[in-house]
Design a protein around this ligand. Structure first.
Ligand code: HEM
Length: 416
């Protein structure tokens, strides 16, 4: 046992972790009045930590590795087996460059334009419906949009099933029982589908344009000059498709913020694109999505008198760091203005992880998220008006990940 580290009593905290969800780390950090503690989870002793300084060391690749960090339950639902999230060193950097090359500003713009087109096309149907559920609409629209952008053929008749599978992969990693298994089945179905598409492209039976995610994943060369096997190519292509669809969650929270903070909506109506951007930053900081990240100690080291021994599992609190009072002042106030003149560096605002995405594991899709969210907010704020019928808008912090229960129902939608 680490002498200088508070230790949570009890054999295994896995159930407590699932039960307390986003607040598991924060509750104990508050109890111990220290940013770091030790507890047993999933059958081993792990170190939990939060805050900007903790994020800085977590992203030091001399100290930490990802190999062996992601539990099977996460690889079999959210990430895919042996995917980029589990790689280290040169192999990781080489593959990361591929993702970065697909998610450039011009490609972000293309995705955003497609997103705008799809929202506008859907409005025709909405005007003739009493109400819609925004989360349901967003997941379908984003699935259409990302498949089109990536060059992956998708028939209208399979849209809802494919979209539901992407969502099930995202929403099952922290669940137990049937909901968890639904996520594993969803991943198996999606991998089979995308393997088939990659095989057709490689056989020359399906045309793919160079520069699209489909083409670049299918023909990507590893450092040794070989291609990814079809399974790996499918897993990594899904690592581009699924997280675009995941924006349905932020879109739902953004609409919740618009209805909870009416003065903010008014501000966006007359405001600049900078106001829009600050609002999106605050949505990504304030509402819970990614809970925490895991890595393993690569080499023994000591930090703040705590010994980190090689092989130890270490978890970094994303939600807690985004709500750390020392960084954010009043963290539980929704206040986009806090991002005015923000120069907080790479390890304080970490909804997409910390550090430089080209050098470490930080999300390469932050720019895409921002652009897709801007296109969507523009539509919600400037193009339509709607009512918010009575519904259960609560989201619970003990569900990993979470969502407002109703999915955000909008009614009486009018074109502006
Ligand atoms: C990694 C969050 C959207 C692709 C990550 C990580 C987080 C994250 C927390 C882990 C960072 C780490 O392991 O250190 C989010 C959130 C999103 C989002 C909250 C909003 C919906 C996207 C988009 C894409 C994307 C739109 C691509 C189109 C990836 C990939 C990785 C990743 C490929 C693995 C990177 C690596 O291991 O090097 N994301 N992301 N994400 N994200 Fe995102």
């Amino acid at each position: 046992q680490n002498q200088s580290l508070p230790h949570v009593e009890g054999i295994d905290q896995s159930l407590a972790l699932l039960k307390e969800g986003y607040l598991f780390i924060e509750n104990r950090v508050n109890r111990f009045k220290l940013d770091i503690f030790e507890a047993r989870v999933l059958g081993e002793k792990a170190i939990f930590m939060r805050g900007e300084e903790a994020a800085k060391i977590f992203y030091d690749s001399d100290k930490f590795q990802r190999k062996g960090a992601a539990p099977k339950r996460v690889q079999k639902t959210l990430f895919g087996k042996n995917a980029i999230q589990t790689l280290d060193g040169e192999e990781h950097l080489h593959r990361k460059l591929l993702f970065m090359s697909l998610l450039t500003p011009p490609n972000q713009k293309k995705l955003a334009e497609l997103t705008t087109e799809h929202w506008e096309a859907t409005l025709v149907r909405w005007e003739n419906q009493e109400s819609i559920v925004l989360f349901e609409e967003a997941k379908n629209i984003l699935t259409s949009v990302v498949c089109k952008w990536a060059g992956v053929p998708l028939d209208e008749s399979e849209l809802t099933e494919r979209a539901d599978d992407f969502i099930a992969m995202i929403y099952s990693f922290g669940k137990i029982g049937p909901e968890h298994w639904q996520g594993r089945r969803a991943r198996n179905r999606a991998e089979e589908w995308i393997r088939g598409v990659v095989e057709l492209v490689r056989a020359g039976e399906l045309e793919a344009n160079s520069g699209t995610a489909l083409y670049e994943m299918a023909f990507f060369e590893q450092p040794d000059g070989t291609r990814l096997d079809t399974q790996m190519a499918a897993v990594e292509l899904i690592n581009v498709l699924r997280p675009v669809v995941a924006n349905a969650t932020f879109i739902t929270f953004a609409a919740l913020a618009l209805s909870q903070y009416k003065e903010q909506k008014q501000k966006l109506k007359t405001g600049t694109s900078d106001d829009m951007e600050r609002f999106i930053h605050e949505v990504r900081r304030f509402y819970p999505f990614g809970p925490f990240l895991g890595a393993r100690v690569r080499n023994n080291f000591t930090w703040n008198d705590v010994a980190f021994n090689k092989g130890t599992l270490v978890m970094l609190d994303i939600y807690g760091t985004n709500h750390d009072e020392r960084i954010w002042g009043k963290p539980n106030e929704f206040n986009p203005e806090r991002f005015k003149g923000w120069s907080g560096g790479l390890f304080a605002f970490i909804p997409h992880g910390g550090g430089d995405p080209a050098k470490g594991h930080r999300c390469p899709g932050e720019g895409v998220t921002l652009e897709v969210m801007k296109a969507t907010l523009n539509f919600l704020v400037h193009k339509i008006e709607y009512d918010i019928p009575n519904q259960d808008l609560n989201y619970s912090l003990d569900q990993l990940p979470t969502l407002p229960k109703s999915g955000m129902e909008l009614s009486n939608i009018r074109r502006l």
